[in-house]
Design a protein. Structure first.
Length: 135
């Protein structure tokens, strides 16, 4: 059974993406990435991406991660905040910590494609541990 199926699949992803984007937009550090953005389009891509990344039906039709994020100058710190908000969102849906760790581990390789700017703090936890623990 895929991570997608054990998390609730199609029933979970749309609502999770809505909550997730609420967190992202209100974050004092990474919220600026979403100012003026087409949130309807972003949420649609996020739903498709998360579905595919978690082992659901692969309907992702967006650009590759490097191309989609290159202009944003995302740092390790930004990426860590993103993963933290995703973990918090999944926890709100009753997802176990073990399953959240699996999701974060599945997404961790994307750091190499998405992060293009130096981190403000080279000792940030997420650059060492994608589950959010102390490195």
């Amino acid at each position: 059974m895929s991570i997608y199926e054990t998390l609730g699949g199609e029933a979970l992803v749309p609502e999770a993406v809505e909550r997730f984007y609420t967190k992202l937009k209100s974050d004092p550090v990474i919220g600026e990435f979403f100012e003026g953005a087409d949130l309807v389009k972003l949420k649609t891509h996020q739903r498709m991406f998360l579905t595919a990344a978690l082992g659901g039906p692969d309907a992702y039709e967006g650009r590759d991660m490097r191309a989609a994020h290159a202009h944003l100058k995302i740092s390790d710190t930004d990426f860590d905040l993103f993963l933290g908000h995703l973990a918090d969102t999944l926890a709100e849906f009753g997802t176990s910590q073990a399953r959240i760790a699996e999701v974060l581990e599945a997404l961790a390789p994307l750091r190499l494609e998405i992060v293009t700017a130096p981190s403000d703090d080279a000792d940030e936890w997420g650059s060492l541990d994608p589950t959010g623990g102390s490195g």
